[in-house]
Design a protein around this ligand. Structure first.
Ligand SMILES: Cc1cc2nc3c(=O)[nH]c(=O)nc-3n(C[C@H](O)[C@H](O)[C@H](O)COP(=O)(O)OP(=O)(O)OC[C@H]3O[C@@H](n4cnc5c(N)ncnc54)[C@H](O)[C@@H]3O)c2cc1C
Length: 416
């Protein structure tokens, strides 16, 4: 029997693929239902995968292993699998969602397929410990406070990491794998908003805008472009979340300062910004306007107000009174306002974990841990963190598939 810990994205795929190949499967899930985190994905719409399969979207050190796993269950195979179990998809800017745009459809289809294949799922089963070694594992769990144990030749850790803590996530898998002697890279939150020093945070909170953001740690810089959201604690939005993996690791390791620079007019060159501001401070059309009125329309009003103030310009004073020095300062700040990053939001606000079991520690053709026969690891517990856009679920589905099929082959061999 294959014992799978966790009835989330990778656990369900592992269970289905193993059961399809004829193995008996038991899944232990501490929540009272399957795929609680899956239900929260893509704002409840579940962004399953992406038509842009460029490998740079799957981030982590072990490039060859990542490529092998992604290839083994490609986007095409994934879409065909979901079609087969009743999930048609729709595409928006390359992002793939179920046609219903409801994550619940995905969880229901996966649950129905597990039921059809007679996968045994114990809900409310909180795994507290796993002991043993090669082909002989003991899994301890509680249901309603009562203690149980189960013996299995094959155990799959599909219980994710601490990202999204409020959905029942924890560092249990990391701790337990370490105790079994499996190497684990230290975890840090990724795809998470950043906390920044910004004296005007409350004023700009809620403003959404297109921007280019650059995160700098020492001599290294990372750039992203897209819609950012100013908040009362710092900055959020997809481009900022994509950069967060570098910030959280640097801050954990004490590599400071970490800064984030916002270019509020990314579609204009510095010369174009300068010419536009110059025109607004000198041409007749703007002469009777206040500085704020003259600059209106370049960036959202609340942000404009603080950029003017920070440049030493009184927003209500006539634009004609703006000195050249202050004008240059405004041009500089429009192209680059820099903030010190002081941290990330806590684990509960992170979408994924960076860190976990290094891919060199597993056989990428099976997800079995090297030197630990019968011990498999899938999904987020492996050290790969994908970009926003469906890459993390695709990874969970791909590793679940690779693992489920391999675990079933093992079972078949051991039965003779
Ligand atoms: C808010 C949010 C939105 C997201 N949106 C997207 C998106 O749109 N697209 C995308 O690609 N990725 C998204 N992600 C990331 C994606 O959800 C994860 O990468 C993926 O679910 C990881 O799959 P997994 O199987 O490794 O873990 P999970 O899906 O987290 O499953 C782990 C399961 O194990 C169970 N478990 C944990 N500990 C125990 C225990 N001790 N005993 C028993 N059971 C246990 C958990 O309850 C859970 O059901 C999002 C994440 C969050 C938090």
């Amino acid at each position: 029997m294959i014992c799978i810990i966790g009835c989330g994205a990778s656990g369900m795929l592992a269970a289905i693929q193993a059961a399809r190949a004829g193995a008996a499967v038991t899944v232990l899930e501490h929540n009272d239902r399957p795929g609680r985190k899956l239900l929260a994905t893509g704002n409840g719409k579940c962004n399953l995968t992406n038509d842009n399969q460029s490998l740079e979207n799957f981030r982590g050190e072990c490039r060859e292993e990542i490529a092998g796993i992604v290839d083994a269950f490609s986007e095409e195979a994934l879409l065909s699998f979901f079609r087969e179990i009743g999930i048609l998809t729709k595409e928006k800017r390359g992002y793939r969602y179920p046609r219903s745009e409801q994550a619940l459809s995905v969880v229901t289809a996966l649950s129905s397929e597990m039921r059809r294949l007679r996968v045994r799922v114990l809900f409310g089963a909180d795994v507290t410990k796993v002991s043993g070694s090669d082909n002989d594992y003991e899994i301890f769990y509680t249901i309603d406070g009562k203690e149980y144990r189960m013996r299995s030749e094959t155990v799959v850790f599909a219980c994710g990491g601490p990202a999204g803590e409020r959905l029942g996530q924890s560092d249990f898998g990391l701790r337990m794998l370490r105790s079994l002697g499996v190497p684990v890279n230290d975890p840090t939150p990724a795809l998470v908003p950043l906390l920044c020093k910004n004296p005007h945070a409350k004023t700009v909170s809620g403003v959404r805008m297109e921007a280019e953001v650059t995160l700098t740690v020492g001599n290294e810089s990372y750039k992203e472009h897209g819609e950012i959201v100013w908040t009362d604690y710092g900055i959020s939005g997809i481009p900022v979340m994509q950069l967060s993996r570098y910030a959280s690791e640097a801050l954990r390791d004490g590599r400071c300062p970490v800064t984030i620079a916002v270019n509020s007019l990314p579609d204009m060159t510095a010369e174009e910004i300068s010419a536009e501001i110059g025109r607004r401070t000198s041409e007749e059309t703007f002469r009777g306007r206040s500085a704020e009125e003259a600059m209106d329309g370049l960036v959202p009003k609340k942000l404009l107000f603080v950029l003017l103030k920070d440049s030493g310009i009184d927003p209500e004073a006539p634009v004609s009174a703006v000195t050249e020095k202050k004008r240059e300062e405004l041009v500089r700040r429009l192209a680059k306002s820099e903030y010190t990053v002081t941290g990330t939001r806590p684990w509960e606000y992170a979408q994924v974990m960076r860190g976990g079991v290094p891919l060199t520690a597993i056989d990428p053709e099976s997800c079995e841990v090297r030197g630990h026969a019968g011990l498999f690891v899938t999904g987020e517990l492996l050290d790969m963190d994908g970009n926003c856009g469906g890459y993390n679920l695709q990874w969970a589905f791909a590793t679940g598939t690779v693992c489920g099929r391999a675990a079933a082959r093992r079972e078949a061999r051991s039965k003779g």
